[in-house]
Design a protein around this ligand. Structure first.
Ligand code: GLP
Length: 246
């Protein structure tokens, strides 16, 4: 595991984008596992800039997003489908046909999860999986629970997650209470992982994820068992970790 501590959000975003750009230069047809949330937005902006300057191309890239609210239409501006088009896909040379996001309107979530896992499996494992981390340690929408969920599945969101995500909605009542998420097992098949975290609100969970015991109560702690993880933090998110190990 490699941990980078950037000065601030912008430097964290820059570093994350450099890691992805390096992969795309070495492997133009890379399979990217992508994430939503506030954290990766700056990194996506950097990647858009790099693409505009001709430094990287997404022409041959395929992408697999972590999760989607449920039920939600793609056209809803709160859907992760909309988020990805708005924050990345519409601004780079990716072929939208090669982008994949769990279907927030699936009639049968179990079948959707199975089909999504097949798609991910067909890549042989995405080359890099981008992750943020929830304040409660969730990755994707794998909420704290008693067992690590191996496959893509439907979940009921934690109260904490609903509260945290309410900032993107007009009111907390509008936040969906369900989602479809890649399972922990699906995430762990990625060849490499890039986790970004920013801000002092994330400092306690960052420390817990990296120094605490591996437990499904802190889903991100499973990353301690992955063989190729890069964690990019800004100084605020790294503060508690650094004060523990220094
Ligand atoms: C969201 C997403 C996660 C994301 C996390 C943190 O709800 N499902 O993929 O990493 O919560 O979000 P943020 O980056 O906005 O703090």
């Amino acid at each position: 595991m490699t941990i980078y501590v950037a000065k601030n959000y912008d430097e964290m975003s820059q570093k994350g984008a450099e890691i992805i750009a390096e992969l795309l230069k070495a492997k133009p047809d890379a399979a990217l596992g992508l994430a939503t949330g506030g954290t990766p937005v700056g990194m996506y902006k950097e990647l858009i800039e790099m693409n505009k300057k001709g430094e990287i191309s997404f022409k041959e890239v395929s992408s697999y997003n972590l999760d989607e609210y449920y039920p939600i239409e793609k056209t809803n501006d709160q859907s992760y489908d909309y988020f990805m088009r708005d924050n990345l896909f519409n601004h780079v040379d990716i072929d939208i046909k090669n982008t994949h996001i769990p279907n927030g309107m699936a009639a049968d979530c179990a079948a959707e999860g199975k089909a999504y896992d097949e798609l991910v499996r067909a890549t042989g494992g995405v080359d890099i999986q981008v992750l943020g981390i929830g304040g409660n340690g969730h990755i994707g929408f794998n909420e704290p629970c008693d067992v690590f969920d191996p496959i893509t599945h439907q979940v009921t969101l934690d109260e904490r997650t609903i509260k945290d995500n309410a900032r993107f909605f007009n009111s907390i009542e509008e936040v969906p209470t369900q989602a479809i998420t890649m399972g922990i097992g699906t995430i762990m098949t990625a060849k490499s992982i890039l986790l970004l975290a920013s801000g002092k609100g994330k400092a306690p969970i960052v420390k817990e994820m990296l120094l605490g015991k591996v437990t499904p109560q802190v889903p991100a702690s499973i990353l301690q068992f992955h063989k190729d993880v890069k964690i990019v933090l800004d100084e605020e998110a790294a503060a508690e970790l650094l004060s523990e190990i220094e």
